[in-house]
Write a protein that binds this ligand. Structure first.
Ligand SMILES: [Cu+2]
Length: 317
């Protein structure tokens, strides 16, 4: 079967090698089902009409015997179909579970409710970028609950389980941007746990992207680097920048204000308070909110937290 990249009525575009076997089996089973449906329903309609209660047609005498031809007929073809589906499916499955030895490795951390991809040079990003035409192996873990990594255009899907690593691999055959979903219900904002895979046009453009990302702290003034970090670490999924409170309190106008906590204590929003909120969010839970913020310990370096603090200061008024 040839690989087509155009989406069909049933399937999104096929942009990775695994799509071939998945689509082959899918369409095979689909057409077998449609064919059986038509044959069985036609026979049913015909018999319903032919032997309806008021018809004058003759009635067969019930016979307890058996018809060898008929029995072979309804046993052999379904058996062949099942064995074909099993063999092709098992081969495809084994292939999906066996990343090639020369795969490039990228780390994936899933957390409520965003993704973080870690590249070989230490860069971390909320989206996945890969070079074209080479196998990529994702080593995935979760910070909190079950999540699942799903790229429909690549036909790959793998659960991510807290406390252990799972892996999935793909070999993209087409450049472009493809949607990533979380496909395991993981709480309020599960449906917004989205990211994109960008398959670059060439190795050079991938390398260029990676290098340009690595050093925002060196390239940008801290407030601007902080603004990018707040967006790229998914903080804005819970903290708005316009004064509307969401899952978490808005960042706008918060700096320097007194915060009240569920345990009755209060604190000023200063450098130490912000740092603690990022490293140990459960330590001081702001009144009126649930303790759902994930910790960013180990995900944000000290210099990055400094930049975020610098940015929050600019949102004072
Ligand atoms: Cu999720």
């Amino acid at each position: 079967m040839s690989m087509t990249s155009d989406p069909t009525f049933w399937m999104p575009s096929a942009a990775a090698t695994q799509a071939e076997v998945v689509d082959l089996l899918y369409y095979f089973l689909y057409y077998v089902s449609v064919g059986s449906f038509v044959v069985i329903m036609s026979a049913l309609m015909y018999f319903v009409y032919r032997y309806r209660a008021k018809s004058k047609g003759e009635r067969a005498v019930s016979a307890g015997g058996h018809n060898t031809l008929l029995e072979i007929g309804w046993t052999l073809p379904p058996a062949i179909v099942s064995v074909f589906v099993f063999v092709v499916g098992a081969k495809g499955y084994i292939d999906m579970k066996s990343p090639p030895a020369d795969s490039m490795e990228i780390g994936v951390t899933a957390y409520k409710w965003a993704w973080q991809f870690s590249y070989p040079n230490g860069h971390r990003d909320p989206n996945l970028h890969v070079p074209p035409n080479r196998p990529v192996r994702l080593v995935m873990s979760s910070d909190d609950v079950l999540h699942s990594f799903f790229v429909p255009s690549f036909r790959i899907k793998q659960d991510i389980v807290p406390g252990r690593y799972t892996e999935v691999w793909f070999h993209a055959v087409e450049s472009g941007e493809f949607q990533i979903f979380c496909t395991e219900y993981c709480g309020t904002k599960h449906s917004e746990m989205l990211a994109k895979v960008t398959v670059h046009e060439s190795d050079e453009s991938y390398q260029k992207w990676l290098e340009s990302q690595g050093d925002i702290l060196d390239r940008l003034p801290p407030e601007q680097a902080g603004e990018q970090l707040v967006a790229s670490n998914g903080c804005t999924a819970c903290h708005s920048l316009n004064g509307t409170n969401g899952v978490g309190p808005s960042f706008k106008g918060a700096w320097g204000q007194e915060r009240a906590f569920v345990d009755g204590n209060t604190a000023l929003m200063d450098e130490n308070y912000v740092r603690n909120s990022i490293i140990n969010p459960a330590g001081q839970v702001v009144k009126g909110y649930a303790p759902v913020m994930p910790t960013f310990q180990g995900k944000l370096k000290d210099r990055e937290i400094d930049a975020i603090i610098a940015y929050l200061k600019t949102l004072k008024e």
